[in-house]
Design a protein around this ligand. Structure first.
Ligand code: GYE
Length: 328
């Protein structure tokens, strides 16, 4: 081969190498990993939930994970059939949000038989369920959230004259769901030691604004002029309760102290406006934590059984001027 021939061959090789490299480069950020994850979400009952779905979807997309999302519209049967279809599809990992604690045993047995690892996202299952039926839980420590809410109340009422009763009502979340059960438990256990605190009543608002409003109306009717404190298991129900209080001529945050959980932007705005007194943070931004575990499980690695995200507390005494937008 002459000099020209050599040069041509070298140029061709360079061209092929460049093509190959640019091809690799283009694919890199959103390159599909081949990983297929089935995600059963419970619905869209709150701003929190919508933020949670977005967080999971965006994390999957960033990593090139193919995600099948099913929305159960608040129905456990629908969630169970979504999980069954993920098994039939032979996804690599199943992620689901247990809407309530019980009733998962059969479908999780089926996933186990099919050899598909399962991640519980955001909510927990009953601790009586065989723990070999799932690999990990990623979500908040709801009991601690209840404790933080109660500790705020203890600080807030520390200066009251001794023996002043503090009469509390609760708007609880979805019945038999782990956040409702554990937030209530942490809250009441912490106040139990102090006889000033009286739980007048609890009504379930199903984590919905509309039911929070209805529930608060009912509580105001049953306990007219008696309520000092509302503990609302989420922000959405607190928004409804605030409307009910205002319609009844009461000043939320002053006539009735309000403690809520989640930390949505709207709740932070109401905290700044003095209509809510304390918001316990519960973050829906679980996407990256969930996908880290999904990738590890698909690679056959061990994962920690419990992952709690970092969470904080926002109160009327904090300077919130520098708080970045919440994103949900
Ligand atoms: O507090 C509420 C949502 O499961 C922790 O569900 C979650 C709760 C959250 O609808 O707003």
């Amino acid at each position: 081969m002459g000099k020209t021939g050599l040069r041509r061959t070298a140029a061709l090789l360079l061209f092929v190498a460049l093509l190959f490299l640019s091809g690799c480069e283009k694919k890199q950020p959103a390159q599909e990993t081949g990983l297929l994850v089935g995600f059963a979400q419970i619905g869209s009952e709150s701003g929190w939930r919508i933020g949670n779905t977005r967080s999971i979807q965006e994390a999957a997309e960033r990593r090139g994970i193919r995600l099948m999302t099913a929305d159960a519209n608040q129905m456990q049967e629908k969630e169970i059939s979504a999980i069954r279809s993920f098994i039939a599809y032979n996804v690599d990992v199943i992620v689901f949000v247990p809407i309530v604690e019980d009733g998962w045993e059969n479908v999780l047995q089926e996933a186990k038989k099919a050899g598909i690892p399962v991640i519980l996202s955001d909510r927990q299952v009953a601790d009586t369920l065989d723990p070999s039926l799932y690999s990990a839980y990623v979500g908040a420590d709801f009991h601690r959230e209840g404790v933080l809410a109660a500790e705020f109340l203890l600080r807030k009422t520390a200066e009251l004259p001794p023996d002043t009763p503090v009469r509390i009502v609760q708007l609880t979340g979805t019945e038999f769901s782990s956040p409702a059960l554990q937030r209530e438990q942490g809250f009441l256990e912490t106040l139990e030691r102090d006889s000033r605190f009286v739980l007048l009543d609890s009504v379930s608002g199903d984590f919905l604004k509309s039911k929070g409003k209805e529930g608060m109306k009912e509580l105001l009717r049953r306990h007219e002029g008696e309520i000092d404190v509302l503990f609302s298991h989420n922000d959405a129900m607190a928004y409804g309760a605030i409307e009910a209080m205002e319609e009844a001529g009461l000043r939320p945050g002053q006539d009735i102290l309000i403690i809520s959980v989640d930390g949505e932007q709207e709740a932070i705005d109401l905290l700044r406006a003095g209509k809510i007194n304390c918001v316990v943070e519960c973050t829906p931004m679980l996407g990256d934590l969930v996908m880290d575990l999904a990738e590890a499980l698909a690679a056959g690695k061990d994962v920690p059984p419990v992952t709690y995200p970092e969470e904080t507390l926002f109160t009327e005494d904090d300077d919130l001027s520098a708080l970045p937008p919440r994103g949900y």
